[in-house]
Design a protein around this ligand. Structure first.
Ligand code: ARG
Length: 444
């Protein structure tokens, strides 16, 4: 049973937060007169020493203790004797662990929010550097319309920007104090929860003691936000895997971020990106794991909840590492402008421009679509692009077409005529670059 129930091998991650919570709790006990000032002074001194040992990596996580809470209390008792026995007054490990975990999660939400900002800044810098590259944009993985590479890159900035918003929202619900809820019912002692809240920097109190000890929504929300972050990094990884493939040849991996094969000397494998895609499975798995743990739990605290930590810790560690690596990797990716220009030459990327030209000439869009489609077929049958057809051939299909069409039929120039807000051309790219630089300039 001892081996089965032990959480110290992983909840030692909460050591710092456990000390932080205990310091606030002890101060409160002294402030309302439940413990003597001299006991508080002894407890504080002991906890501060323990905190230093934790920071210096000197604290001994004795496997004789079941969990981090008992481990720190046992150590405190060794250091200061009887005063330590008063620390747990009015407190249960149920509200204690919920408090520790909220403190930990809050820190990590902040850390990941900052990592996202740094990754977004890397995207903005690369988008700006590659402003003159036009590539085919795809739907259904079929060449569709020309887009600025910068616009494609900035799409990821939008995604990671939403991730930051989601985390900020989740932080608001994470930043509430469970301590003072006891095992489940509160306490007959006159605990001052407001004082603890203030010392630990929580925005408000968890208002229902039963909910306070059994709620893990904040972990589920964090995990689901991280699962979405991971899915975004996975989609990015997939894009770059395609771009750097032998078939695409649009970009090249730097030596520092590619790996060789043990048998084929010519290989440059995108292991970083494949692992990014693969690790997404772990993060999504962590979310599903905890959803499954919580489902069907009766009120209030049940030991099942101890299983919340490993998925959370693993997901946070994984996402932090992925974001850090992608941020360093991104600026090293080399795009091939010549290849981009070549790719624009087939796939009839200007077929929509032709249809929209006919709309300007007064043709209903459905008919314009039909004319453009006929000309694409003519091109396909004779192995030519739209711009290589003669005016006579085009006019045989629609007399609305005049010589000026040839100025429009160049996919490399199409983006400059995109006119709508948020389109894939230079107008919205310039605006987005400016906007993001302003928004991302500050940490918070
Ligand atoms: N290690 C436990 C956890 O992580 C701490 C709370 C234990 N509470 C209890 N009543 N046994 O959930």
């Amino acid at each position: 049973m001892e081996a089965f129930g032990q959480s110290i091998p992983f909840d030692r991650e909460l050591a710092r937060q456990d000390v932080q919570g205990s310091l606030a709790h002890a101060e409160m006990l002294a402030s309302v007169g439940l413990i003597a000032k001299k006991d508080f002074t002894a407890i504080r001194k002991g906890l501060q020493e323990i905190r230093r040992d934790i920071e210096d990596g000197k604290f001994v996580f004795d496997p004789a203790n079941e969990d981090i809470h008992m481990s720190i209390e046992a150590d405190l008792t060794r250091r200061i004797g009887d005063a330590a026995k008063k620390l747990h007054t009015g407190r249960s490990r149920n509200d204690q662990v919920a408090t520790d975990l909220r403190l930990w999660t809050r820190e990590k939400i902040d850390a990941i929010t900052e990592r996202l900002r740094l990754l977004m800044l890397a995207f903005v810098a690369v988008a700006e550097r590659e402003r003159d590259i036009i590539i085919p944009g795809y739907t259904h993985l079929q060449r569709a319309q020309p887009v600025m590479l910068a616009h494609h890159l900035l799409a990821y900035v939008e995604m990671f920007g939403r991730d930051r918003e989601r985390l900020a929202d989740c932080r608001r619900r994470t930043n509430r104090l469970p301590l003072g809820s006891g095992a489940l019912a509160g306490s007959t002692l006159p605990l001052d929860r407001e004082l603890i809240r203030d010392r630990l920097g929580f925005d408000s109190l968890c208002e229902n003691s039963m909910d306070a000890v059994s709620d893990r929504d904040f972990v589920l929300e964090t995990l689901s936000d991280l699962a979405i972050v991971a899915i975004h990094t996975s989609r990015l990884a997939e894009d770059i895997i395609l771009w750097t493939s032998s078939e695409w040849g649009l970009a090249k991996l730097d030596d520092a971020w590619s790996t060789g094969s043990s048998i084929m000397p010519q290989k440059r494998n995108p292991d970083l990106l494949e692992l990014t895609r693969g690790k997404t499975g772990r993060v999504v798995g962590s979310l599903v794991s905890l959803l499954t743990v919580v489902k069907g739990l009766p009120m209030t605290y049940n030991r099942d909840l101890q299983e919340d930590k490993e998925p959370l810790f693993d997901a946070v560690r994984t996402v932090e590492f992925v974001l850090e690596c992608l941020t360093e990797f991104l600026p090293t990716l080399r795009f091939n402008k010549t290849r981009a220009a070549e790719m624009l030459k087939d796939g009839y990327l200007d077929a929509t421009v032709l249809a929209e030209y006919l709309v300007e000439k007064g043709l209903p869009f459905r008919s314009a679509h039909e004319v453009s489609g006929q000309l694409v077929r003519l091109g396909e049958d004779s192995g030519r692009q739209l711009g290589e057809l003669s005016l006579e051939e085009m006019r045989a299909v629609s007399t609305l077409i005049t010589n000026e069409i040839f100025k429009r039929l160049d996919p490399a120039r199409t983006p400059t005529s995109y006119a709508t807000a948020g389109a894939a051309g230079p107008r919205s790219v310039t605006k987005a670059l400016g906007g993001w630089k302003r928004k991302l300039a500050k940490k918070a």
